[in-house]
Design a protein around this ligand. Structure first.
Ligand code: MG
Length: 291
């Protein structure tokens, strides 16, 4: 099942995308529920409630897709340094110098977060924030969406807590990461969390063998697979949930493969007018212009 949040004739909806990706059938929901996007449906499923009926299918080409969870209830959890080649490219960069020992290969998952207000949908513009950063970068990532509440979740049970997956661009201001040392500020600027194009339920994607590619202005920059993850999804969920309760609709971005702009010599940062396109086979395409 693919769940999309979208706008049609100035109203917001959440619906099921058809298998051939041509139509979307909206759930009959109140305005407040529809504003939550897929979160409304995930929470109903977690509570064991019946899902509302579906209305008439609309052509996907006629709706404006929003982020599938446009208003997450909590910060987006993120894993940093989770692909070996990406750890190396950052360690060898100016940012690696600023991070010191933190730039080494991690022994445990490196967790940080992005504020929920940074989320935007596919096709929406990523603000270049010229007053704040001159080193804006992209990070293509597979993101996990949690299905049910849990704490102390063991690795072997972790995938039972997963509702499904989506794509996140973990947009990053490298100069702010270096200047403020911690990740949060440089990762949380407004519009710095493109998410989409929709959610794909766990039964439709083998997340341990997902290929991730990223293009900037049509040039392939990143190409990896989740087989290369240093900490796999069950390990990430076990580490996060050891002391933090996870809730339905929580989103966890699992890290980015090598090929980010910071890793080039000289670095190739994003600028106004660029377009970043990310594809994960089995999910779809997330594409955003820099404005
Ligand atoms: Mg990242």
């Amino acid at each position: 099942m693919k769940l999309a949040a979208f706008q049609f004739q100035a109203k917001r909806y959440v619906g099921v995308v058809s298998a051939d990706l041509t139509t979307v059938s909206p759930y009959q929901l109140s305005e407040d529920q529809a504003d939550l996007g897929a979160l409304a449906i995930i929470e109903m499923m977690a509570d064991g409630k019946d899902l509302p009926p579906l209305g008439q299918a609309l052509q996907l080409s006629e709706v404006c897709l929003l982020a599938p969870i446009p208003k997450p209830r909590r910060n987006i959890f993120c894993v940093g340094k989770n692909y070996l080649d990406h750890v190396k490219e950052i360690k060898d960069s100016k940012l690696g110098d600023a991070q010191g020992a933190m730039a080494n290969l991690p022994k445990h998952p490196v967790i940080f977060s992005k504020v929920p207000e940074s989320v935007i949908g596919t096709k929406a513009g990523i603000d270049s924030h010229p007053q704040v950063t001159q080193e804006m970068d992209y990070e293509a990532e597979l993101a996990v969406v949690i299905a049910k509440k849990g704490k102390g979740i063991k690795k072997e049970d972790a995938l039972r807590h997963v509702w499904g997956y989506t794509i996140i661009n973990d947009v990053s201001a490298r100069d702010l990461q270096a200047k403020h040392v911690q990740f949060h500020l440089g990762k949380s600027l407004d519009t710095f969390c493109p998410m989409g194009p929709w959610l794909v339920s766990a039964d439709e994607l083998d997340s341990s063998h997902a290929s991730i590619q990223c293009w900037v202005n049509g040039e392939l920059r990143q190409s990896g697979t989740t087989e290369q993850l240093i900490f796999d999804i069950p390990t990430i969920i076990e580490a996060l949930s050891a002391g933090i309760t996870l809730y339905p609709g929580d989103v966890i971005a699992t890290g980015t493969p090598s090929g980010v702009g910071m890793g080039f010599k000289p670095p190739r940062f994003l600028k106004k007018g660029d377009t970043v396109k990310i594809e994960i086979a089995g999910i779809g395409v997330l594409e955003n212009p820099i404005i």
